[in-house]
Design a binder for this molecule. Structure first.
Ligand SMILES: Cc1cc2nc3c(=O)[nH]c(=O)nc-3n(C[C@H](O)[C@H](O)[C@H](O)COP(=O)(O)OP(=O)(O)OC[C@H]3O[C@@H](n4cnc5c(N)ncnc54)[C@H](O)[C@@H]3O)c2cc1C
Length: 460
């Protein structure tokens, strides 16, 4: 127990009694995220404004109490779990839209806002917010920035960091900092803004964000391509891009995943096919039509069984429902679902998929694979029962082998879910010693007493 009665009283003074959660039952609700890990916080504190966050940190740093920020807990590496107990800081009440500037193409929001709400607000001005994680309806902007979330439109539009113009954040000593600019350019001093993206809630707590918006594309075409084998689908991914088309979305799904979605939501997908690609092109109407033709040709030359363009909004919705239901559908099959996010250069996607399939066979583990294939980012999802020690051993072997293959192919352990707790022991497989030590020195510069989200990323 890191917390004493006087600490609780001080926290109540800062945020009000109603925002300090102490009962075991309620704290338990905040002890897990979207991994299978659990850590119980000593106290859960709801912050409603930046000053409260700052005051909490001033107190916590004086008393050396760990503080772990938490958005919607959709994270897939354990980042928002209070590994060393202490204060779990809930950011979801800070969820206001503060300003939209359609000339500067900027939106100001509080960090606890749900990602989709930013896009919905932007649409009122004929604009959109491009980062589109599969969890867009539940995750927060603060969590997206902390994980540098990618998403379904990453191939053409990039990831969260590409849309952060400025941030307000609170440092572990309670200082409030404003980072970045409201301008298109800005090179004054070190680029701390980019350091924040992907810092996994270990350097500062983000309280407000100024995000970039783009004009909505006038035309969109969605296509669904079916293949007998996942190898043919993967080759098509390569060919679409090498034929000069950068699609806004290029998602892949294997047969295990398709069948799981059918069992769960019943969209009428063909269970017999080996894989499908979900593709979207956007832009001016003429360009969209021309690009859709290139996509169709690439599908055909790789033996697609069919490649169909959605002709109605309903058909388009069905395509995207299929994609968004992938993980929840796979998660219904076995007691444990271990979702990985290995990422390789796009040119190596065929080799990575082949390796995942042979690892599944070698360890006798069912693996459903889906993901942002245009980004080379796959989510091989192991369906297992981690209560069984034998299974657990097999899963660990399979994961380690997958990571090794990804790194050997010039890829990375994590394209978008971060290191957190679950991948900390593999970090040195990818990062050289000098870079590892540099990262630790950066952490120390921000957080000399290691009170902010301790236990994450680094094992020592
Ligand atoms: C069904 C599903 C689909 C998903 N699809 C994608 C996808 O397509 N792309 C992708 O990248 N991820 C995806 N994810 C993972 C997850 O949604 C993202 O990592 C997301 O960014 C986490 O946001 P959150 O608000 O839930 O953060 P949390 O899980 O609450 O926290 C994640 C990390 O952010 C930190 N944090 C939270 N808020 C703040 C803050 N205000 N300041 C500083 N640190 C903070 C936490 O300490 C933690 O380290 C998916 C998850 C699920 C369950």
């Amino acid at each position: 127990m890191n917390i004493k009665t006087k600490d609780i009283n001080n926290l109540k003074d800062i945020v009000g009694e109603e925002n300090v959660i102490l009962s075991e039952e309620e704290r338990y609700c905040y002890s897990y995220d979207s991994t299978r890990l659990e850590y119980m916080p000593d106290v859960v504190v709801r912050a409603r404004n930046t000053q409260q966050v700052s005051d909490i940190f001033k107190y916590a740093s004086a008393e050396k109490i760990p503080v772990t920020p938490r958005g919607s807990a959709t994270g897939l590496s354990g980042g928002c779990l209070a590994m060393e107990g202490g204060i779990l800081l809930l950011m979801v009440e800070m969820d206001k839209i503060l300003d939209v500037n359609p000339v500067d193409l900027l939106i100001d929001v509080e960090a606890g806002i749900i990602t989709e709400k930013v896009d919905i607000e932007a649409q009122k001005y004929g604009l959109f917010y491009p980062p589109d994680p599969g969890s867009v309806r539940t995750s927060t902007i603060g969590g997206n920035i902390a994980e540098n979330a990618g998403g379904l439109r990453g191939l053409k539009y990039g990831v969260t960091k590409d849309y952060i113009n400025a941030l307000e954040a609170v440092l572990p000593n309670g200082d409030i900092v404003d980072i970045g600019t409201r301008t298109v350019k800005g090179v004054t001093g070190y680029n701390i803004l980019d350091l924040m993206a992907g810092s996994e809630g270990t350097l500062a707590v983000i309280t407000k964000a100024t995000l970039r918006l783009l004009p909505q594309p006038p035309a969109i075409a969605s296509l669904l391509a079916l293949f007998s084998t996942i190898g043919d689908a993967a080759k098509t991914v390569r060919d679409i891009v090498s034929n000069g088309v950068i699609t806004s979305t290029l998602e892949i799904m294997d047969q295990v995943t398709i069948n799981a979605i059918e069992d769960n939501v019943g969209l009428g997908l063909d269970r017999s096919i080996g894989a499908m690609l979900l593709i979207e092109v956007d832009g001016q109407q003429g360009a969209v039509d021309a690009e859709a033709e290139v996509v169709k040709k690439a599908c055909k030359s790789n033996n697609a069984v069919s490649c169909r363009k959605a002709v109605s909004d309903q058909e388009r919705d069905e395509i995207w429902t299929a994609r968004r239901e992938a993980l929840s559908s796979l998660a219904r099959i076995k007691p444990s679902t271990i979702l990985e996010d290995v990422t390789v250069p796009r040119s190596k996607i065929v080799e990575m998929i082949e390796a995942v399939n042979s690892i599944a066979e070698k360890y006798g583990l069912p693996i459903g694979t889906f993901g942002h294939s245009g980004d080379g980012n796959l989510h091989p999802t192991i369906l297992t029962d981690m209560r069984d020690a034998e299974e657990e051993k097999k899963v660990e072997g399979a994961i380690e082998e997958m990571f090794r293959v990804a790194v050997d192919l010039g890829g990375t352990l994590s394209g978008e879910h971060g290191i957190g707790i679950s991948k900390a022991r593999y970090l040195k497989m990818e990062i050289d010693h000098a870079s590892y030590e540099l990262m630790k020195r950066i952490k120390k510069a921000f957080d000399p007493d290691n009170i902010l989200n301790p236990g994450k990323i680094f094992l020592d």
